[in-house]
Structure formats: C-alpha cells, structure tokens
Design a protein around this ligand. Structure first.
Ligand SMILES: [Zn+2]
Length: 347
C-alpha cells in the first residue's frame, strides 16, 4: 500500500488497521549489521555499508521482516551528501547512494513477499495473515549531529553558529532525494532539539514534499528532549505539520518511554510511535555502545503492553535491539488475539 495519497493521516490510519491495530517498526540496523560482522567504526557509521556491503543491509532488513516488522527503516540515518562528498564521492554518486538505501529496503520487501506469495499457502490462516501483512519503507533522516559523528545528536548542542538556515541548507537536498526515491514515509529520527524540528517542518512545506513523515525525538531525562528543550513544544511543531502522521520517541532508555508517551498524548491526537534503544549508552569517542545495568531484552519487552496502553500505536527498537526483540514485541502486542486479528483493535 502507499501512504502518499491526498490525506496522509487517513492513509496512516488505514495502514494501522491493516496491521492489526498497531504496527511493528524494525529494530537496530547498524548495531545488527555489526553483530553480522560489519565494521562500523567510521564517521559514516551504517551509511558506509551502502557502498561496502549493500547485501548485508538487505539481509538485516529481511531478518526484521521475518521477525514481523511492518516498517523497514532505511540505512540512510547517517547517509548525507556532505558526508559522502568528504569521502571522495561526487554529488551524483552521493545522491545515488541515498536512493540506493531506499531501493535496498524495497528489494528486501520484494524478496520477502515473493517468498511467501509464490510458495504454497499454508493452511494456517493466521500465518498467512502474518506473511501478507502491510509493509512500509521509511527513509531514515538522522539529525545534523549524526552527520557530525561526535555524538551531538545525544546532546542536541550544535553551538550558536548553527542556525535554522544552516540546518535547512544541510538537510534540504537529502530530503528531496529520499522523498523522490519512492519511500513510503520519511522518518526524521533522534531529533535532539526544537530548532531541528522546526527545520524539518519548514522544509516539508517549502520543498513541497508529497509523502508523509514521522518525527521522533530522543530524551535522556524522560521529560524533555536531550537538548533540554521542551518536549511539549517539539511535539507541537510536529503536530501542526500536515505531512506528519506519527510523532514519538526513539533511541531512548526503555524506562523513560511510558512517561514520555503520556506527555506526548496530551499534545497530539496523531499516532504515537516508540522505538527505544536497549537501555545501554553510546560512547561517542569510542564509537561503541557501553553496557549498563539497565534492562535486558526480556525486560524491554515487558514494557511493551504498557506503552501500547498509554497510546503508542507503532512500536519497535533502536540501537542494540535485534530481530529477537522485534519478534518479542510482536508477540507482546498481539498476545490477546493470538498473533493477528485485523480490525480487532479500535484505533
Ligand atoms: Zn538508536
């Protein structure tokens, strides 16, 4: 299905209904590629794999589809024209790499769907529903801090020299390329401050972007976004943007999610999405995730029904979550109706 019709919100609600009331976003892409042997200690992080190992990206997308994801987020989080150019790629090549991130996700979806649509239909109706579920491709747009690769998307502090116009110039072309590449939705992820939310809202309008978008913020204290800017104000910006069909939180510790969902609910009626990290923290100097005493995979999943009850309709995982996490989220969301019961949940 396509979300890009006249009324983006109506299409999002239809997608959610077809997905059984709530949709499953995939899990960590970069960290899962590392688990599959990729070396991502690089300023381009997962975007490096767009030119070194596209097949590995496709494999991880497929693993998430097999686990039950309804939404694949592309490997473009840290893929920027500026970042590729600094590695010697031409402007055209850089834009082609961005488009490639969307194509790879569609190739994975096609493989997944052909695998089951062409094969013998299983007598188990529930299993067929699972295999024929709606799947969207979300083009990931990481923040300016992700491009800097100094961990500043976890502080939201870009310094005074970085203005609204600087950020608009930085993001404009990438946004155009990704939306023209045919993605179903643009995923603005790990938004660390109000300024960048404003930038995205203005660009969607100015560039006349035709496809829907989601805005996802990150928080350290469970109250505000990481820069200290008011989450309420950030969500209000997203809420007033016509293209935005879901608003939420990603790459944030699971223990903080419930309270954040309740806060978001007060400001918007749009669907809420959450895809927390595993609760570990990122060391920007070492470019490594540092284990903490926070939640384990099983504990992460124990939160899922609370998030759903609080109003989250799209749930997945960010850094350090795996296909195992996604499978467990799917089970937690649909345990009452024993896998899937489309139309069974009122949205
Ligand atoms: Zn993350």
């Amino acid at each position: 299905m396509e979300l890009g019709a006249k009324d983006p919100m109506a299409m999002m609600r239809e997608f959610l209904r077809e997905a059984g009331g709530c949709a499953v976003i995939d899990g960590g892409l970069a960290t899962e590629m590392e688990a599959n042997g990729a070396d991502l200690k690089d300023a381009l992080w997962s975007a490096k794999c767009l030119f070194t190992s596209p097949d590995l990206i496709k494999k991880v997308h497929l693993d998430y589809l097999e686990a039950g994801a309804n939404i694949l987020t592309t490997a473009s989080y840290q893929a920027t024209i500026q970042g590729f150019e600094s590695r010697g790629f031409s402007r055209e090549e850089s834009e082609a790499l961005l488009r490639r991130s969307v194509e790879i996700a569609y190739e994975a979806r096609d493989i997944f769907q052909k695998r089951y649509l062409k094969g013998p239909q299983n007598a188990d109706k529930k299993e067929n529903t699972f295999k024929q579920r709606p799947i969207l491709v979300a083009a990931s747009v990481g923040s300016y801090g992700a491009y800097l690769a100094d961990g500043s998307e976890y502080s939201g502090n870009y310094g005074e020299a970085v203005t609204l116009e600087t950020l608009k110039d930085f993001h404009r072309r990438r946004l155009q390329v990704l939306s023209e590449a045919g993605a179903d939705i643009i995923a603005f992820e790990t938004i660390p401050n109000k300024l960048e939310a404003q930038v995205y809202a203005e660009l969607l309008e100015e560039c006349n972007i035709k496809i829907p978008a989601w805005f996802s913020f990150n928080s350290k204290d469970g109250i505000n976004v990481v820069s200290g800017d008011s989450l309420i104000e950030c969500v209000s910006i997203a809420d007033s943007c016509e293209n935005v069909v879901a608003i939420g939180i990603n790459c944030t510790a699971p223990r903080n999610i419930h309270g954040l969902v309740l806060s978001i609910r007060k400001v918007t009626n749009k669907p809420i999405l959450v895809y927390p990290n595993s609760g570990e923290s990122y060391d920007a100097d070492r470019k490594e995730w540092v284990a903490s005493t926070d939640v384990s995979d099983e504990d992460f999943v124990s939160y899922v029904s609370r998030w759903h009850e609080a109003g989250a309709l799209l749930i997945g995982g960010c850094c350090r979550t795996t296909p195992k996490t996604i499978r467990a989220i799917l089970r937690a969301l649909h345990k009452e109706d024993d896998v899937f019961k489309p139309d069974g949940i009122q949205i």
